[in-house]
Design a protein around this ligand. Structure first.
Ligand SMILES: CC(C)(COP(=O)(O)OP(=O)(O)OC[C@H]1O[C@@H](n2cnc3c(N)ncnc32)[C@H](O)[C@@H]1OP(=O)(O)O)[C@@H](O)C(=O)NCCC(=O)NCCS
Length: 178
């Protein structure tokens, strides 16, 4: 059975496992060579939230979220239409090893994120959601969509696929849907 939890103490094994899961989840051409360095720094930043999914002792998935405004700064060249909003967290990446998908791992990690964000009085998330594997559709099915905008060729997918930029709230969150 899969179990999701927030990682409070990030050590090198967490970084290595995160990079391994990332590398196993995307086409080779999309993988960044500096992933180890990127996650080594980013996972340790105080306001960032790293959730990992385990099957017993094995780490099999993760969801990584950062304050939305930091994403706006990070992505200013890739998506200049993003607007600042200090009451939102941005889901930077979510990935589960192929053998552990379709077992509600994504739902579980989102639920843990929701609990963690509630403590910070945050009720909205933003993300660039992949279209080809229905992540965007699943978010639309399960959450209140406050904003959605299609980008036809997303740089982080090597310009090979579209993404939906989404701002969403949980159904009983404080934000009302459109
Ligand atoms: C994206 C990924 C993590 C999804 O993992 P998964 O375990 O396969 O998750 P599923 O797509 O089966 O979705 C699980 C369930 O979560 C549900 N879900 C989605 N958003 C939800 C939400 N906000 N609240 C509750 N449930 C939600 C889905 O509807 C689905 O439920 P269903 O089985 O009843 O339809 C996985 O496919 C993956 O790692 N892909 C490669 C990397 C990638 O593309 N990442 C996304 C980049 S945007």
């Amino acid at each position: 059975m899969l179990k999701a939890e927030v990682i409070r103490d990030v050590d090198d094994t967490v970084v290595t496992d995160t990079v391994l899961i990332d590398r196993s989840s995307y086409p080779r051409a999309w993988i960044y060579s500096d992933a180890e360095e990127y996650y080594g720094q980013m996972l340790r930043k105080k306001n960032n939230i790293h959730i990992m999914l385990r099957d017993h002792e094995r780490r099999v998935g993760f969801l990584f979220a950062i304050p939305h405004n930091e994403a706006v700064a990070e992505l200013e060249d890739d998506d200049p239409l993003m607007e600042t909003d200090s009451a939102t967290y941005y889901v930077e990446n979510v990935a589960i090893l192929p053998g552990y998908r379709n077992q509600k791992g994504f739902s579980q990690m989102l639920e843990i994120l929701r609990t963690e964000l509630r403590k910070r009085a945050i009720f909205k998330i933003s993300m660039h959601a992949r279209v080809s594997n229905n992540v965007s559709k699943n978010i639309q099915k399960n959450m209140n969509i406050l904003k959605i905008r299609r980008i036809d060729a997303w740089g982080y997918y090597n310009f090979e696929e579209p993404t939906d930029y989404i701002i969403a709230a949980w159904p009983d969150g404080k934000e009302k849907s459109r």
